[in-house]
Design a protein around this ligand. Structure first.
Ligand code: NDP
Length: 622
């Protein structure tokens, strides 16, 4: 592969390592690309699909009918809001620690979270399935491929729910609308949009970040007379085929526009190419698309794995991708060759000789130069190839991986409509308008992402959440989020958050969630053992955690991706970040180690000091 716009000659090298020929020129180009993409409306350019909003119809469940049921009352031990992998793995760990009555609640018609909703053709995990799929060893499951198809992942969620007996009390197609602490009873009262009203001693909030699809507020979007749908609510009635059935026979001879070129579109476009009569791929910002290298699982390798292998493999991936570094690379895919991994290795090799920020930046430039060169190597038409090249640092957008996406543009039935950062101008009755040209189409598919809720309040989707003395969570955090270790907060006893804020994250989000679930389940088990306590951090512990979060040098990609310098996207709130990232500064490996030590060395006393008023006070079991 050649790196056309860079040189590696003597004058361009630093410490014998690769350096772009014109660093300032490259930086200026990145800034110009960002600037042309900035929009004055920021996040306001999108329309929500939440209940009651303009695009609510786009969020209707195509996978299972909403069936009438009677409202439920009574008491449960734990209510888990959200039945994706976060809720499922937490509930599984709670079940293992002996909690009898667990109720999972979800707006979907079954478990699986994002994998319940996203059943578009081509959907698959872009993290190696051996480290992504939770609790593989516990349930004795083997992924069929290195990157499992979405349907296999969804079925794994069902397997977990069955294995840990989590279906018993579930409420599906149900939105939690109120979670209120009853001061006199030491219980949470939960209300839903189905008229349910029940109590729980503990509540786990695990609404994922991608639960509500979003639509771009393009003028005329309601006028379109053909089929229009969002990728997370795929209309197989329009396209033919089905989840697991790739033959989209109803698209034969049809003109289709896919709006958006993010990680979802990179999977959808190859699945549509060659099946639609003509496919327009409407681009605002190109994704950086690296090698995928998928294949079936090697069964003899699988049989050779020893107990504990998944934890070891996950930790190895996390150490490599998130700044800790590791001597060996067990995964060996394009994630473990991303820019931060190279930058970390480069710094280790230079041993203090380099400016760390510059070293990370140079590693990034090299990686992105290779990704741009990959485009020109694969895409035959030079104009299309130029338009598909990304000009930003790698973690400004979720890196994408495909061995079929760029290749799809070599088909004369696939056409890139590059909007040069501006997006679609208008939707008409017949199609879309870009730069004064109307493209008549039969179907518009919005691969335009989700209302991403990074913070806990956003993820409650407007539910009325009130702690002690009726204080709303949004009010308590008006000046910013306040938690202890990201999962529990003073004034909101026995209420737990899964997520990344004041906590940690990995691109292998299923790993992060399982660690959090394990932690929460261990604390609940200890609270149950002591019997007369609530889980609530002391004021001193919460204050000390605020200090920990606010100080320390954050790991490199965490600072950069959320920065205004990046090309706009959901990471940096469309180029206008309101708050800096709130992660544990030293990264996920250090965070998980800290949690482990905390649990083993008496840390629990920091959250188990509040006496409970009541213990079993007249619970009516569900
Ligand atoms: P994204 O938000 O990443 O992408 C949305 C796309 O729509 C972008 O290309 C955006 O352009 C484009 N867009 C928005 N508005 C307009 C407009 N008005 N005109 C034209 N284009 C527009 O959503 P995705 O669904 O692709 O991905 C969301 C997340 O889901 C990923 O970041 C990833 O975390 C996760 N995911 C994970 C997968 C996995 O395998 N684990 C697979 C797929 C997704 P622009 O970039 O300019 O904003």
């Amino acid at each position: 592969m050649s790196l056309p716009e860079q040189t590696v000659d003597g004058s361009g090298e630093t410490n014998g390592l690769w350096h772009p020929a014109d660093l300032e020129g490259l930086r200026a180009r990145y800034r110009a690309e960002r600037d042309r993409r900035l929009r004055p409306e920021g996040t306001g350019q999108f329309g929500s699909t939440l209940p009651g909003s303009a695009f609510a119809d786009y969020a209707r469940d195509p996978w299972s009918p909403v069936t009438p049921r009677e409202p439920v009352t009574g008491d449960v031990d734990v209510a888990v809001v959200g039945a994706g992998f976060g809720g499922l793995t937490t509930a599984a760990q709670l079940r293992r620690s002996g909690i009898a009555s667990i109720r999972m609640i979800d707006t979907a018609g079954d478990v699986g979270g994002t994998w319940y909703w996203n059943r578009y053709p081509g959907v698959a995990c872009d993290i190696e399935s051996y480290i992504y799929l939770p609790l593989l060893e516990e349930v004795g499951a083997m992924p069929t491929r290195r990157y499992s198809p979405g349907e296999e992942i969804r079925r794994h969620a069902v397997t977990l729910a069955r294995h840990f007996d989590l279906y018993r009390d579930t409420l599906f197609h149900t939105e939690v609308t109120a979670v209120r602490w009853l001061d006199e009873e030491d219980r949470w009262q939960i209300g839903t949009d189905r008229g349910d009203s029940f109590r729980a001693r503990y509540v786990v909030l695990s609404g994922g970040p991608f639960s509500a699809p979003r639509l771009p507020g393009i003028p005329g979007i309601d006028r379109f007379a053909g089929h229009a749908f969002h990728t997370s609510r795929w209309d197989y009635g329009c396209t033919g085929g089905g989840p697991g059935d790739p033959r989209l026979d109803r698209l034969a001879g049809k003109r289709v526009a896919v709006i958006g070129t993010g990680a979802t579109a990179v999977q959808v476009v190859p699945a549509l190419a060659g099946q639609a009569g003509h496919l327009y791929v409407v681009q605002r910002t190109p994704s950086g698309v690296d090698v995928r290298d998928d294949g079936p699982t090697d069964e003899s390798w699988w049989a050779s794995l020893r107990p504990g292998w998944q934890k070891e493999r996950r930790e190895n991936f996390q150490a490599l991708v998130h700044g800790a570094g590791a001597e060996e690379d067990l995964i060996g895919d394009a994630w473990t060759d991303t820019a931060p991994v190279r930058g970390t290795a480069r710094l280790a090799a230079a041993a203090g000789a380099e400016d760390p920020a510059l070293a990370m930046e140079l590693a990034d430039h090299q990686k992105m130069a290779e990704i741009r060169a990959r485009v020109t190597d694969i895409v035959e038409d030079p104009e299309t190839a130029a338009a598909l090249q990304p000009w930003y640092r790698q973690f400004c957008k979720r890196p994408a991986f495909s061995d079929r996406y760029l290749q799809a543009f070599n088909s004369d039935r696939v056409e890139l409509v590059d909007t040069r950062g501006r997006g679609v101008d208008e939707v008409t009755e017949k199609g879309i308008v870009v730069d004064g040209t109307e493209y008549p189409v039969d179907a518009i598919i919005f691969a335009t992402g989700f209302d991403v809720g990074f913070d806990v309040v956003a993820r409650t989707r407007g539910a009325d959440l009130r702690g002690r003395q009726g204080v709303a969570l949004a009010e308590a955090w008006a000046d910013g989020m306040r938690t202890f270790q990201g999962w529990v907060s003073r004034g909101f006893p026995n209420l737990f958050h899964l997520g990344t804020s004041q906590n940690t994250y990995s691109v292998n989000f299923a790993h992060t969630l399982e660690e959090q679930g394990t932690h929460i389940a261990a604390v609940v088990a200890e609270a149950e053992r002591r019997g007369d306590v609530l889980v609530e951090p002391s004021a001193a512990a919460e204050e000390a955690w605020q200090h920990t979060i606010a100080t320390g040098a954050p790991i490199a990609e965490a600072t950069f991706a959320f920065d205004a310098e990046c090309t706009p996207g959901y990471y940096n709130q469309e180029g206008r970040p309101r708050r800096g990232p709130q992660f544990y500064p030293a990264g996920p490996a250090a965070f998980h180690e800290l949690m482990d030590i905390w649990r083993r060395t008496g840390g629990m006393d920091e959250v188990l000091g509040t006496p409970a008023r009541t213990r079993d006070g007249g619970q009516e079991r569900a």
